[in-house]
Design a protein around this ligand. Structure first.
Ligand SMILES: N[C@@H](CCC(=O)N[C@@H](CS)C(=O)NCC(=O)O)C(=O)O
Length: 237
């Protein structure tokens, strides 16, 4: 059985540019499943987004459905050591990251000129130089429309920072001085929290939210711990 994970590509020390792809990678690694990465599948993504996986002809799209698939097919329980209340909190925290913090990350990366040049502008290197400015303009306009439709794009940059800093404060408080969200062992939600904390901390985008994350030594240590456990090749020597 071969699992193919359709992904973007590593960037600025992150396993993948997308926190959702990074989450899927961590879940597969936590489950002890081997996978191969395919960076050429975006145009065929069944939901128009990555990640998705293909396993022996079966396609599963979306990081959460990939998790459900792994749990069902391989009998993995990422949360076996959690109480019912901890599982509920884990779900709420994941969705805060995915449905709230994510849009703050998107805004910071794509709408801020300096951050755009430092990060996403480099994603266009394979587009012929003559078409590159138009491609950048087109994609940024599409992302601005998504941000507006979702709602985050209607706030000022300082309002967005205020919301992001609340997310960071909540994550830092929840993790506290524990190695993982709920103690000494990682659970499913750690895959998500790690992916989003690592994205915020990445030097690719500068922001007040990143500064707030850097000021929480426990968040930085949490990111480093999970890099060391699952992506040792990315850990500082
Ligand atoms: N709910 C999805 C979200 C995935 C997602 O938003 N992926 C983004 C990258 S971070 C994407 O592929 N965006 C491409 C697009 O919207 O065109 C999941 O959990 O996998």
């Amino acid at each position: 059985m071969t699992i193919t994970l359709y992904c973007f590509r590593p960037v600025a020390g992150l396993p993948d540019a997308s926190p959702f792809v990074t989450k899927a990678m961590v879940l597969l690694k936590m489950a002890g499943l081997d996978y191969v990465e395919d960076r050429s599948g975006f145009s065929k993504a069944p939901k128009g987004k990555q990640p998705y996986i293909n396993e022996d002809g079966e396609t599963v799209a979306d990081s959460t459905f990939i998790r459900f698939h792994v749990e069902k097919k391989y009998g993995v329980d990422f949360d076996a050591h959690l109480s019912a209340a901890q599982k509920a909190i884990g779900w709420c925290v994941e969705k805060m990251c995915e449905e709230h913090l994510y849009w703050i990350i998107v805004h910071t990366r794509w709408m801020d000129e300096a951050n755009f040049e430092r990060g996403p502008a480099r994603f266009f290197s394979s587009v012929p130089a003559i078409a590159r400015p138009l491609a950048k303009w087109f994609i940024r306009r599409r992302i601005a429309k998504s941000l507006w439709a979702q709602g985050m794009g209607r706030h000022s940059p300082s309002e967005i920072d205020a919301l992001g800093m609340r997310d960071i404060e909540a994550l830092a408080t929840l993790i506290g001085d524990k190695p993982y969200l709920f103690g000494d062992a990682p659970c499913g939600a750690d895959a998500t929290v790690f992916a989003f904390v690592a994205s915020v901390l990445s030097p690719m985008s500068e922001s007040a939210v990143r500064d707030a994350a850097l000021a929480n030594a426990n968040l930085v240590a949490y990111r480093d711990r999970i890099v060391q456990a699952y992506f040792p090749e990315n850990a500082p020597a």
